[in-house]
Design a protein. Structure first.
Length: 267
């Protein structure tokens, strides 16, 4: 199965940082293009105080630091030159992770969406939006957040597509800061289908594609969960993508690159 898209993570709050400059990023995009990747998705444009573009709103509202380089502009310029598609990932204030309240993410991103489209929407490679709230199962306010932000993204950009990438609440769905590698209360196939069907049924044209993260379940479970995900996506008119995580959740150090033997199970 050919991989045609990838996330890029410059904020790097739980994965080691590359410390790359413009030359290294362009080289990386060229390598991706050479192997058939035509779509890059910014996994988040900021996390807490660190941001990837000079946002007047985020610096004023959350005290975010002035970034040394406008990486959103850099990524779009490279994507323009290489005829690649760029999806902009929304801002993560961190408040949801602290409180479980999604309202902060809605409030902050309503400004970010307008600001980003006004500053970068002219780029030909700006092809979509990534709603970066990573959720699973019965997340309070998830449907409202996806609807509110997804519809705003589509409204300002003349209908550009939106993507979400939730996780499956499997045995490996433990917090990154935890020393544990697994948990006992993993979701069943039946419950996964029931709960996500309820979420999808509440979306009102706000989300176009869903790419479930595949690293939280065991390798022998992938086929069954993939089949359920495709069935649900088809039922609710969504494109079904898959987020094939290329880092290892079985190791005590989070998150090292995965070995190819494991990665092959995901194809």
């Amino acid at each position: 199965m050919k991989i045609t898209g990838t996330f890029i993570d410059e904020i790097s709050h739980d994965i080691p940082h590359q410390n790359w400059g413009a030359k290294e990023w362009e080289q990386d995009f060229m390598h991706m293009k050479s192997v058939g990747i035509d779509t890059v998705i910014l996994i988040r444009s900021g996390y807490r105080k660190f941001i990837s573009y000079p946002s007047a709103y985020l610096q004023n509202k959350f005290g975010c630091y002035q970034p040394p380089v406008d990486l959103v502009s850099l990524f779009l310029e490279i994507s323009d030159r290489l005829n690649m598609n760029f999806y902009f990932g929304l801002y993560d204030s961190g408040h949801y992770w602290d409180t479980g309240n999604m309202q902060n993410e809605i409030d902050s991103n309503r400004y970010v969406i307008d600001e980003v489209w006004a500053n970068y929407g002219h780029h030909k490679s700006f092809k979509g939006w990534y709603l970066s709230m990573e959720i699973s199962r019965k997340t309070k306010g998830a449907t409202d957040a996806f609807n509110t932000l997804g519809l705003q993204c589509k409204g300002v950009s003349n209908g550009l597509p939106t993507l979400i990438s939730p996780w499956i609440d499997g045995k490996k769905a433990v917090m990154a800061a935890s020393s544990s590698l697994s948990k006992a209360d993993a979701v069943s196939l039946e419950t996964h289908e029931k709960e996500w069907s309820e979420i999808f049924s509440g979306l009102r044209g706000s989300v176009d594609a869903v790419a479930f993260q595949d690293g939280h379940i065991d390798y022998h479970e992938l086929g069954d969960f993939f089949a359920i995900n495709k069935k649900m996506a088809d039922n609710f008119g969504l494109s079904c993508w898959t987020n094939a995580e290329s880092f290892d959740r079985d190791m005590p150090i989070k998150f090292l690159p995965i070995k190819f033997e494991k990665l092959r199970f995901k194809t």
